[in-house]
Each structure stands twice: as structure tokens, then as C-alpha cells.
Design a protein around this ligand. Sequence first.
Ligand code: SF4
Ligand code: SF4
Ligand code: SF4
Length: 354
Amino acid sequence: MLDRLKQMVPTLSRFRFLVQLLTFALSVYGGLLVGSYAAEKISTALPALSCAYDSANGGYCALVPLQHQMDHRVGAVMARAQQITVQVLIPVFVTFTTFLIFFFVLGKAFCAWVCPLGTVQEWLAKLGRRLGLEMRAVPAGKLGKLRPVKWLILLGLVFVVPLLVGLGYAPHSAGNPYCDICPSRIVTTLLTANTEELAIRTGGDGVSLGLGIVANLLAGFMIVAALAIRQPFCRICPMLAMNALFRHASLLRLTKVAHAKCDKCGICTKACPMDIPEIHHQHGRKAFNEDCTLCGRCAEFCPDDKIIQIKFGPLAVFSSAREYYKRRVKGETPEGEVKPIRIIRKPAGETHAG
Ligand code: SF4
Ligand code: SF4
Ligand code: SF4
């Protein structure tokens, strides 16, 4: 065990894993860990996809206030034909400003470094590999068909339906439609031993029953699919669409310069948990795709110096490098297969990694 620890080299992925552990503990168990007062403070500073239905959380899901404001404030006020007053503008403005600051500073890194549901899907993929399941990439053709789904969910379930409820055109039970189907609500509350969100409410109308069924199907699908496909829910997640809107304005971003060898290699796409082909074929703005979660694996596994970089403003936080790549592939394949570390014992009793 000690030998194994000695062989472990610091990598971007290991650092990201530690950050994920910390943000996971804060967003799912923050209330228990730091108390409800501090958790509330964390809530305003960390608008994570940690579920508002999780009583132990220390986070604040960015999608909740959007649905509420569309329903209770914008829709309700418009329905009464009142002026758009400060009563409406200020809360909506505050919500959007919080998002903008958050997305402007962290950008897409929210997904790969903070979101508890993203972390759970990564852990499930690791479990799948341990169970010997083959990890499948989503082909580029299917990705193209899948990509609009997240935009439709963002537009329809976070903005339009709650607004229709506020205007009185849809039943109140459809006031939080995205929360009602969100797998994070079920998965993160289950992780705090709360099974309430798993129950389908049969006492309400057909809308709550339908949404409850969709939620359970989606959560079940995500758990099973994540064993054999990397980040299955992320591909249709409205938060991915939301942070995609701000990705080119964000301080933290992915950059790639053109390189003669790029057309042949393609290791970056193999390493990408979202199977993004553009990181291989494109460069410049087009390489930083809407589906990117800023996990940095493409930069870790690119075998050439400074082609892919994670930048904060003008500063390169992490750059692809030949030497780093050579060390990295010794421990893990680009596809995520962890290679066992072989300990070669010398007669004198010294140990070396093979
Ligand atoms: S895409 Fe959605 S579920 Fe996936 S990591 Fe981002 S916010 Fe979380
Ligand atoms: S891994 Fe690097 S060199 Fe290979 S295609 Fe991707 S960016 Fe180009
Ligand atoms: S493009 Fe790179 S940083 Fe973005 S999700 Fe893929 S591997 Fe991660």
C-alpha cells in the first residue's frame, strides 16, 4: 500500500478528484458538516446542482430560483397586468447577476469540479469498470442529435412552463417542472438516507404523477447508463446549456491552438468524458464546445506541448505537455482504464514500479 502511494504522481485529475470530494461533501452534506447557519452562507456562495429538497445540503441549485421567479413573479405579475416593477426586476436581476458572476468566474468548471451529480456519474463509471463493463463512447452522429435536448429542457422546463403556470395557463403542479424531473433531487437526497423524493406522489393531479414517473425513470436510467457510458445525464442537462451560454465570456476556459499532428492523433477525444469530437478536429473558439465540462482530461492526455490549455484570463493554469502525458498514460489510458501498478521486487528488497 505504501509502495502504491509512493508511486502516485500528482496529476490534474487527482487534484480535481480532491476538489470534487470537498464540493460534494459541502453541497450534499454541508448542512450537517458546518451547521445550518454556515450552510446558508455557503448556499449563496456556491450555486451548485445540490438539491433544495436535500435538508442537509450546503448548496443552492441555480435552477430553482429561475423556475420560481418565472412562475411566482414574472408570470404572476404579468397575469395581473401590473407594471414590471422593482418587485419583479430586482429579484430576477439578482438571480441572473449571481449566475453571471458565478459563470463568469468559474464558467464550465462548475460541471467537472463542483456538481455533485457529475461526481456521482464519474464514480458510477469507475464502478462499471471495476465490474468489468465495457465503456462505450457516444458516436459523433448521435451526439449531434442529443445536443439540442439540453437547450429544449432549459427553455421549456426552466423558463417557459413555469412562466405559463404564473400566467395561469398551466396547473400549479407544473410550477417547478425541471426540479420535479431532476435526477439530482433523487440521487443526492438518497445519499443523505432520505427516501422521500423517490416516492411518486399519487395524491395530486396527473401532472405531478407524470413528472414523478419521468423523474424516477430518468434517475434509474442515469444510474444504470453511467456504469457503461461516461456522464450520460450531463449530455441533456440544462445546466450544461446554461453555462455554455457564457463559456466564451468566462475567465476560466479551454483553449486550443492549431497543430499539424492534430488530424492524426485524436487522443483528446478519447480522453474526453463527453466524447467531444471538436476538441480533436477544431481549434480556437470552436474547440471549446458547448458540451465541455472543463475537466481538463484532453489537456492531460494531449501528447504535445501547449496545444490545449486551461486558462484563467491570460494565465495558463494547466497546459498539455509531452512529459506529463508520458507519466499520465502509465497510470491510466485516455479512455479511463486504470492500469495496475506493477511492483517489481529486486533481490535486495528494493521496489520499483513497472
Ligand atoms: S452537466 Fe449537469 S449534471 Fe453534469 S456536471 Fe454539469 S450540472 Fe452536473
Ligand atoms: S491530443 Fe493533442 S495533438 Fe492529438 S488531436 Fe488532440 S489536441 Fe491534437
Ligand atoms: S473537451 Fe476537454 S475539458 Fe472539455 S469535457 Fe472534454 S476532456 Fe474535458
